[in-house]
Design a protein around this ligand. Sequence first.
Ligand code: FES
Ligand SMILES: [Fe+2]
Length: 345
Amino acid sequence: MSTTTNEPGTGARPGMEDAVFEVGPMRSDPASVHDLSRRVQIRREGVGEKRYPFPIPNGWFVVDESRELAPGEHKNLYAFGKDLVLFRSESGEARLMDAYCPHLGAHIGVGGRVEGDGMRCPFHGWHFDGGGRCIDIPYAEGKAIPAKAKIRTYPIIESSHMIWAWHHLEGGEPFYDVPHIPEFEDPDWQPYETYEVEVATIAQEFAEGEFDVQHFKYVHGATPLPSTDMVVNGTYRHNSNGNFTIENFGLGCTLISVGDSIRIGQSLLPIDDENVRMRWWFTMPNSMGDAALKGLAANFLDGISQDIVIWENKRYEPKPLVTAVERNIRVGREWALQFYSGLDS
Ligand code: FES
Ligand SMILES: [Fe+2]
């Protein structure tokens, strides 16, 4: 990615000019960021195999914007390899639960409705509370509700205008926090611009682009960040050249800051173990004006479009040939392992 304004064609990677797809010209229209014609259609290697040796990661991931979910509203969602129902209770709490009713398997979000702080199933009227527990079987006539009448729910936090859901493959509790980004709620900063796109890659590959400082030059035509200033602290890591800082909060959230002038939030929601929904939201101080904010988003998305063509066509190299100056790639991969359950080593 890059926040640098590039001239058309400067992002072309040496030696790739004659590749199956074309790199460039630059596009400033966010709607064209995800150009499926740039995905190689014929895969000859590894067909039928898993593309990545990782399960869906554990962490906090943005499932929607807070403003897009009104009290009493629900939406059906496919994420974490599961059918889910996202809803806002009548009193205003955002909730996320598995879609299928444990009674006879109806999809609760298709014909069901928000009731109180939970959902009422459309098939036989069972009512599940916000924690997923069945609290009413309308025709049970005083009989006890089975303890197994429960739907899995996911911890939710609303922060920086987004609804974040905690996913853990084995149902574990959150082990880090969603970052609070004060500029998104500061009246001296502009209302955010946002953009989202589905990409055939995984969150770890995106994070690796942040550890991989050399690609900034070849893919984006931009000056690499110094690779010496990478700090890893548990689930958090960051690198910075003093003015430009990239911070990762797990594999699902990144904050990009440029001095006192730019904040970019970023979330990578796993759709399954080979696809993510990427979202960015942007703000700048009011004094910089709306045109500057829109220009920032367009330039940033131009940079992302250059990454997408690499991500969607590359393969994962479990034993990469990295040079000494690229040691952050190894450090980053070791850091990422903590977000997966069930890996052998
Ligand atoms: S399937 Fe949901 S109440 Fe019967
Ligand atoms: Fe990049």
